[in-house]
Design a protein around this ligand. Structure first.
Ligand code: GLY
Length: 369
């Protein structure tokens, strides 16, 4: 088992990464809590695969557990299910010192974390992420919340988990498409801050996608280390944490244009968005022309969506996509903030990107469709 420590003073916690962690959950959680009863929030696709293993793992350490099984899908990250979750936890008589366990992907982690943040003004929670995307991104760093009709993640709180258990075995139950979508966030870390990791992924990416467990552990660990490092520097996103949004301004416009659904998964949008961010950086003379080509070559070698032409169906025109970017919550004082790059592994936040340059990148990408 590998461990990454997130050093946030009295809110510090460990991320354990390795195989078989669901079965060891009771022992691992017992190291941070003496409670003998825990509440699990999960969803209907994850429960048949992993809930019993987790409950048996807790029982092996003398921890009795109750579970709330919610519907799967982004629609669950909403007021009605937030209310249901909070009321269920209250009915279970959750106390301040209890731990609530989130067993699932980003939707369950974000919703459960937000419920934990607000219940009794804050109870502890444990993240047990069951998707690659949740293991390398959403379960780490304390962003919790739900969606509003006006946009994604508009209601929420920073509330750090007390422990994260990233069980590498659960990745075997993911579909190849979902796995590669999560890989979009993995490769993002290399692009934004670690050229050596990007180079390693160029060699090892296809092997970890094919199931190499050692490579999966190494990739999740390096991703969590990089996220932990950024979160320790800037927990509430006043500065550097925005680097984690490389590719996301383009991605959020594309997700909005495709209805936040099966046409484009979040990590697929991140990958395409990173390719566009490197293209924009190159056209602004910030990075070499080879960098966007190398990014696109790796995404293509992984069999991932790389270009706008890889998205099925018609897309809005460049002006409409730019408008959708304007609704992104990373707009500050009406200025679009982009994460640009000087080279692979060296990204920075920029608030003064000429709109014409963005429009031209979008227009040229749409012309290839
Ligand atoms: N997913 C971006 C962040 O946690 O800041």
């Amino acid at each position: 088992m590998e461990t990454v420590h997130v050093g946030l003073g009295d809110r510090a916690y460990d991320i354990h990464i390795g195989p078989g962690l669901l079965s060891q959950a009771g022992t691992l959680i017992s190291k941070i809590s003496s409670r003998k009863r825990m509440m699990i929030v999960t969803e209907e696709n994850v429960a048949p695969l992993h809930l019993k293993t987790l409950q048996d793992g807790l029982a092996a350490a003398g921890i009795q557990s109750e579970a709330l099984i919610l519907p799967a899908g982004e629609g669950t990250k909403s007021w009605p299910y937030f209310e249901q979750t909070v009321e269920w936890l209250l009915a279970q008589k959750v106390e301040r010192k209890d731990l609530v366990i989130a067993l699932g992907g980003g939707v369950i982690g974000d919703l459960t974390g937000f419920a934990a943040a607000t219940l009794r003004r804050g109870v502890g929670f444990v993240q047990i992420p069951t998707s690659l995307l949740a293991q390398v991104d959403s379960s780490v760093g304390g962003k919790t919340g739900i969606n509003a009709p006006q946009g994604k993640n508009l209601i929420g709180a920073f509330h750090q988990p007390s422990l994260v258990l990233a069980d590498i075995d659960v990745l075997e139950t993911m579909t190849p498409r979902d796995f590669l979508s999560g890989y979009g966030e993995v490769v993002k870390y290399g692009m934004l801050g670690d050229a050596t990791f990007f180079e390693w992924l160029e060699e090892w990416g296809p092997k970890l996608a094919a199931g190499d467990q050692g490579a999966r552990i190494a990739a999740v660990k390096r991703s969590c280390e990089m996220k932990a490092d950024i979160v320790m520097r800037d927990e509430t996103e006043q500065g550097d944490r925005a680097l984690l949004n490389l590719g996301h301004t383009f991605c959020h416009a594309l997700e909005a244009a495709t209805g936040y659904g099966d046409r484009l998964l979040h990590g697929e949008g991140v990958a395409i968005g990173c390719a566009l961010a490197f293209e924009l950086s190159s056209r602004l003379g910030l990075c070499s022309q080879e960098d966007p080509s190398r990014v696109r070559a790796h995404l293509k070698a992984m069999g991932m969506k790389t270009d706008l032409s890889d998205i099925e169906g018609a897309l809005p025109d460049a002006d409409a996509l730019l408008d959708l970017m304007g609704q992104d919550k990373k707009v500050v004082d009406g200025q679009l903030r982009f994460i640009l790059a000087r080279e692979i592994g060296d990204a920075f936040v920029s608030a003064d990107v000429p709109k014409d340059a963005v429009l031209k990148v979008l227009q040229d990408a749409l012309d290839q469709c």
